[in-house]
Design a protein. Structure first.
Length: 279
């Protein structure tokens, strides 16, 4: 048997985690000296309220090697193999922690760790596909080889509402200099080889949504795609994206998910985005 493990930056509808028995290791969110496990010790309402009340952003850190070891050993107690799929190693040490845990358990537990080269609903789509392939009877090596090819076919589009969060974040890499010179416009951000990159600049939320969908159309054309939308406490904007995308792209299936708190730290409330993935 193959069991799937991911982390809390994996954004999927809640029922799919249960449907495919996907195990989730929490990212740590730190408010001052207090460390909270995402989705266990703190939930979104309290998270955003705490930011609003304190006027400051928390930091995030990857799960410890020990947390991963405990998770892997528990899941493998019945002899199962483990496939751990995590957010891009370019933005977090989570993949590294999982890899170190797998090495410590070598010879006792068979763990394969895959860098998704993405996060949020992009990670969610990869994890969902992995689970579907497990159900279809694929071997672990077949699934890993397939996902290593598929992850580069994903197109990511993110529209920031509040630039303050991106400027304060130490995880946005190459987009920081761009943001510093365009404070009056909204940046559209993509992902290339696991790293955030600037795609365009727009004025206004609706123009930003229209531009993201136009960029997606340029990328995928009429090809059938899976499409997933993520939002940071702005469901109406997510629904707008979904409606417009369904009208202009060949969407085979779609879903909307809340953006992980550990990602919202860097993008900010009101951020929205979506991913296309060949169907």
């Amino acid at each position: 048997m193959i069991k799937i493990v991911t982390d809390t930056t994996c954004d999927l509808p809640a029922d799919l985690f249960d449907r495919y028995r996907i195990s989730v290791v929490p990212i740590n969110i730190q408010f001052g000296q207090t460390t909270l496990r995402e989705g266990i010790d703190i939930q979104p309402d309290a998270f955003y309220q705490r930011i609003e009340t304190t006027g400051s952003l928390p930091t995030t850190s990857q799960p410890s090697v020990g947390q991963f070891c405990q998770c892997f050993e528990t899941l493998a107690a019945d002899g199962s193999e483990i496939l751990a799929i995590h957010l891009t190693s370019k933005l977090s040490g989570t993949w590294q922690s999982a890899t170190l845990a797998a090495r410590q358990l070598a010879g006792r537990v068979k763990v394969t760790v895959l860098d998704s080269m993405t996060s949020s609903v992009g990670l969610g789509l990869l994890v969902r596909e992995a689970a579907q392939l497990v159900e279809a009877g694929w071997s672990l090596s077949q699934i890993v080889a397939h996902l290593e090819t598929r992850r580069s076919q994903m197109a990511v589009f993110i529209l920031l509402k509040n630039l303050r969060y991106a400027r304060m974040s130490g995880r946005v890499g190459r987009i920081r200099e761009t943001l510093a010179s365009v404070l009056k416009v909204k940046p559209i951000i993509g992902v290339n080889d696991g790293t955030l990159i600037p795609l365009d600049r727009v004025r206004g939320q609706q123009q930003g949504i229209a531009r993201m969908i136009a960029l997606a159309r340029e990328t995928v054309g009429d090809a059938p795609v899976h499409l997933a939308v993520a939002h940071a406490i702005d469901r109406p904007q997510a629904e707008t994206i979904l409606t417009q995308a369904q009208a202009q792209l060949n969407c085979r299936d779609t879903f909307i998910a809340d953006l992980a708190m550990s990602l919202a730290v860097h993008f900010g409330p009101g951020s929205v985005g979506f991913v296309t993935y060949p169907a």
